[in-house]
Every structure is written in C-alpha cells, then in structure tokens.
Write a protein that binds this ligand. Structure first.
Ligand SMILES: [Zn+2]
Length: 400
C-alpha cells in the first residue's frame, strides 16, 4: 500500500533544503523555513491536495473540497533548530504526505484528510516554540510574542507580516481549529528507548509537564586572595548547589528530569570572587506535582545568606495525555502491519502536545539508532519510516 519510492523522493527533497556542513538550518520565519514551506505547498499540490494557510500561518494540504473541515490531519513541522537533524519535523510531514497518498489510493477515508506543516515549532529564534499550535488553540500571548526580537534585531511582528500573519489574524486563529477533527504526528524518537527494547515504533502515552526558568544570583565581587572565606558573598556557590540539587531531586522522582544547561559567573576572571551568577533550569516530569517538588527544591538550594536570588519563569507547559481512541487505533494498526509498537511517555514539546489539550491527538515515534536529536546525527532507517507510513495510512482509512 505504501509507495516507498514516493517516500524516498519526498524525504530526499525536503532534506536537501537548508542542508549545510554543520547540519540542517531551516530556522523559523526565515529563508530556510520559507523554502521548506514552498516545497511543501508545491509537493502537496502535485499530489492533488489543496493548500490552505490558516490565520496562524500554518499550512494545511487538504483533499479537494475538504478545506472547510472537519478533516483528519497528520503532519508536523518543517522548521529546524540551528544545525539540527534531517528527521525532526520533516519525518512527520513526509510520512503524512505519503500516508495520505496511500489512503487516497486505497479508496479514501471517512472524512477528508489533510497534512499540516505547523509554523515555528522549535522556537529558538524568538523563544516562542510551538507557535502555530499555540496560536491555533488560543494559548499564545499574541502581543507579547509579536513584540519579541531575535539577536539580530529582527522583530517577529515584521517577519510574520510577510506571511500575512498579524495580531488580528492570530487572534482569529482559534476559529480555524474546529476544522481540524484530529491530529496524528509521526516523530523521530529523541532518545534510545526503542533501540533498547528493541522495537521500531512507539505510541506516546503522555507529554511531560515542563518549566523553564532563568535565575540571577547577586553577591559581591571581591579579591580572590585578600577576601576572607568567611565573609565572602560568592554568587557562584549557591548556583552550584542549585545545579547539584536539580540533579539529585530529579533522580529521586519517578520519570523526572532536570537540567541546568547554561551557567555563567561574572566578572568571570580567575582572581575575582564571582559577584554575580546566572543559570537556566529546565524541569520535566510526567505530572506537574513532581515538577513542583523538583523546582521548589532547586529554588531552596539556591538560597544563601547575603546573596540576592531572582528566579524568572520563561515557559511553563502543563503537558497532556494523548487520546485513548487514537492510541488504540495506532496500536491496532501496528499489530495489523506486524510491527512491534510500545507505549512511551514523551518529554519534548510537540505540536501534538498542545493540540491534544483541545482535540483528539496522538503521536507515533520512530526508532532513532543514535538516540540523539536536534543534531545532524539524528536518524531513522528507511524500513522503520516506511513502517510508520503504513501504520498511519491504516489508521486513516480505518477510522469512522
Ligand atoms: Zn519536532
């Protein structure tokens, strides 16, 4: 049922966009994502689908006559992080196009089918990850996000306007959501669980609750030789305690992970006591109460006499549980295709995680032999990707 040649060709075409020596660069709101969106539109139209841009800027390739919905959608995103991999996002869009083509050739589905390419999923440029889905579901702080600028001084409001996306259209975007009856996202695994099982596929059970913080600790910079140890107000010491607390507290919570990925000491010289320290904190866990415990513990560990500590919440997401019916359908289709599929909790943000709070949504992960993601080393075998296409197509045609 699956056209392997079509899969191979579409994947190669999309992988050719934004590919350079260091990896794949299709940063959102720039020429890389623009080129990938243009490829998506041209390719979908060549397959007989109609392109609709929703008021948030997401592209939908819909079966002819189905654009007003409700339609059953599959897809992902075509933007990437800087020097990212070939599969993150791209795999969901390509498997979506191939599965919809297979479903149509097999006689079609009960409802019109669509493939979605969601805008700015990764978010490193403006700190507005999962932009398209959050706009569509009314979860986006429209004015706050549009006012943001990237490190080069480009303002998101200006770049969005080039695509016809404005504060007005973004505020109207939730009215489009009822057209999307359901959403299934195929995604390359961003860890090694499937390699270890081993199994080619996993159906996501839930998406972790997560928070990102930044912290500034202010003490007093002093002479590294003459300042006595007892009276020092070294800002890096409580910062270091926070790093260790994040590690230890997450280890103590079932399924929790915590990371301090960025830390700096100022003035930053060998013979000065650090007067200021800055750090980031990322906490994720299957349920919010575990996130609460880890975060509160880290905040407590960073407290120190004579040091002023300021925590700022950058993003928070309560996570989601994926749709039981779609999960059962994916497992049933995998069995029918003779493919092993396990259940797996997801820990990274995805469009499906936002959409699942509003419409039936599900995710299917494909084994990644390196276990690495957001890196050019991320990969998946063609055999496993074709298995995902087959499972997806079977779900699409069998749903009533
Ligand atoms: Zn992704």
């Amino acid at each position: 049922m699956i056209d392997a040649c079509l899969y191979r060709r579409l994947f190669a075409e999309l992988a050719a966009i934004g590919h350079a020596a260091g990896g794949w660069n299709r940063m959102a709101w720039g020429p890389g994502e623009d080129a990938a969106r243009a490829w998506f539109a041209t390719t979908a139209e060549a397959l007989g689908l109609e392109i609709v841009q929703d008021p948030a800027g997401n592209l939908w390739a819909v079966e002819p006559g189905g654009a007003d919905g409700p339609f059953d959608a599959v897809g992902s995103h075509v933007d990437s992080v800087a020097d990212g991999g070939a599969f993150d996002g791209a795999l969901g869009v390509v498997t979506g196009l191939v599965a919809v083509e297979a479903a149509r050739r097999a006689g079609g589905a009960p409802r019109p089918l669509a493939v979605g390419a969601m805008v700015d999923e990764e978010g490193p440029r403006f700190g507005a990850a999962i932009f398209g889905s959050r706009a569509l579901t009314g979860e986006l702080d429209v004015d706050g996000v549009l006012a943001r600028s990237d490190p080069d001084g480009s303002v998101l409001r200006d770049l969005a306007a080039l695509r016809g996306v404005t504060a007005e259209t973004l505020r109207a975007a939730p009215a489009f959501l009822p057209r999307v009856a359901s959403w299934i996202e195929v995604h390359v695994e961003q860890g090694r669980q499937l390699v270890d099982v081993p199994a080619p596929l996993a159906v996501a059970t839930s998406l972790a609750a997560r928070e990102r913080w930044r912290c500034t600790l202010r003490g007093v910079s002093d002479h590294a030789g003459t300042a006595a140890m007892a009276g020092r107000r070294d800002a890096l010491v409580p910062a270091a305690r926070a790093v260790l607390a994040a590690h230890d507290l997450a280890l103590a919570e079932e399924g929790a992970v915590a990371t301090v990925g960025r830390i700096s000491a100022l003035p930053g010289s060998t013979n000065q006591v650090p007067g200021e320290a800055r750090l980031s904190l990322d906490v994720r866990a299957p349920d919010q109460s575990a996130v609460d415990r880890v975060r509160d513990g880290v905040h407590a560990a960073a407290r120190a006499e004579g040091i002023e500590t300021e925590w700022t919440l950058e993003t928070a997401d309560p996570g989601c549980v994926f749709d039981d019916g779609l999960r059962a359908a994916l497992h049933g289709a995998a069995r029918a295709e003779g493919q092993a599929a396990i259940d797996m909790a997801a820990y990274a943000g995805h469009d499906a995680g936002v959409l699942a709070r509003h419409i039936p949504a599900a995710m299917l992960f494909v084994r990644n032999p390196t276990g690495i993601s957001h890196n050019p080393a991320e990969t998946a075998s063609e055999e496993d990707c074709l298995a995902a296409c087959a499972v997806l197509a079977r779900v699409l045609v069998s749903r009533g």
